[in-house]
Design a protein around this ligand. Structure first.
Ligand SMILES: Nc1ncnc2c1ncn2[C@@H]1O[C@H](COP(=O)(O)OP(=O)(O)OP(=O)(O)O)[C@@H](O)[C@H]1O
Length: 265
């Protein structure tokens, strides 16, 4: 296993705005091991999405370096699959076609149409959506759309899955269901995941490490909690687990005591 699969070295982000320069991220240093599940948590506006966008290659850091699998991140790449809160599916295409489009982008030069259709079918099966393959996005629920987004990202066999509050817009039960699905999928694929969340329970349930960010401007990593709960994890059993409570309390203390905000986040 590569312990430095992702490396963020002194990354800084300054935005030029109409009101002048805004220093969003201070020096951020982070390494993520291959197969690790890392969540980024912090108050609203602290810079979680800014950091994830740097990892996705959607924006470039104003200073420092970001490296994935030994190469500097210079732009978006199918090796880093991205899932956003807003699933951004093409409404005129079926679920199958939405995923197929991504598969084609990566594999068209080396695989036949039938191999790519097989990949698409497998990705939809992985997220439990085989029966909805022919449906269009407006014919399925929000949770199902998000699962198509995950299937689309995974279908490209990314080295890393980057998720920006993927379940943020879902109701609590659907959210819990998708968290369980994600745990199952990641156990099956061994994916390396970096995920932004606001939800402390979600962070503890899913993560190997919880990266807690300080409030901006010039936000940086304030502390990291290593979650040493055995896998597979089961949410009902964990609800009474002493260690689970301890991790949860440590994150809450960071957010509401050490990084307390004058107004609710
Ligand atoms: N393109 C941009 N131009 C100027 N400022 C920006 C830009 N993108 C983000 N910011 C600012 O940088 C800071 C961090 O934003 P970011 O979206 O990363 O926060 P966040 O922690 O993801 O917030 P939330 O949890 O509310 O999604 C905020 O103050 C935001 O206003």
């Amino acid at each position: 296993m590569n312990n430095k699969f992702i490396e963020v070295q002194h990354a800084e982000m300054v935005f030029e705005t109409r009101k002048g320069r805004f220093h969003a991220l201070g020096k951020v240093n982070l390494t993520v091991a291959q197969g690790e599940f890392v969540t980024l948590i912090g108050h609203s506006g602290c810079g979680k999405s800014t950091l994830l966008n740097l990892l996705a290659g959607l924006t470039r850091a104003t200073d420092g370096a970001l490296i994935c699998a030994g190469r500097e991140i210079a732009g978006p790449s199918p090796e880093r699959g991205v899932v956003f809160q807003n699933h951004s599916l093409l409404p005129w295409l079926s679920c199958f076609e939405n995923v197929y489009l991504a598969v084609e982008r990566v594999f068209a030069s080396k695989e036949s149409g039938s191999q790519m259709r097989e990949r698409t079918t497998a990705a939809l099966a992985l997220v439990g959506l085989s029966a909805a393959a022919r449906k269009r996005p407006n014919e399925i629920s929000g949770g199902m759309k998000q699962r198509v987004g995950i299937a689309r990202a995974l279908s490209m066999e990314p080295k890393v899955l980057l998720m920006d509050e993927p379940f943020g817009a879902l109701d609590a039960l659907t959210r819990a269901h998708l968290q369980d699905e994600l745990l199952r999928i990641v156990a099956q694929t061994g994916s390396t995941v970096v995920m932004v969340t606001h939800d402390v329970d979600e962070a503890v349930l899913l993560s190997d490490r919880i990266v807690m960010m300080t409030n901006g401007p010039a936000a940086t990593i304030g502390d990291i909690v290593r979650v040493q709960l055995a896998r597979p994890r089961e949410r009902v059993a964990l609800a009474h687990d002493r260690l689970y409570m301890e991790y949860r309390t440590r994150v809450l203390e960071f957010l509401y005591h050490r990084q307390a905000r004058p107004q609710a986040a």
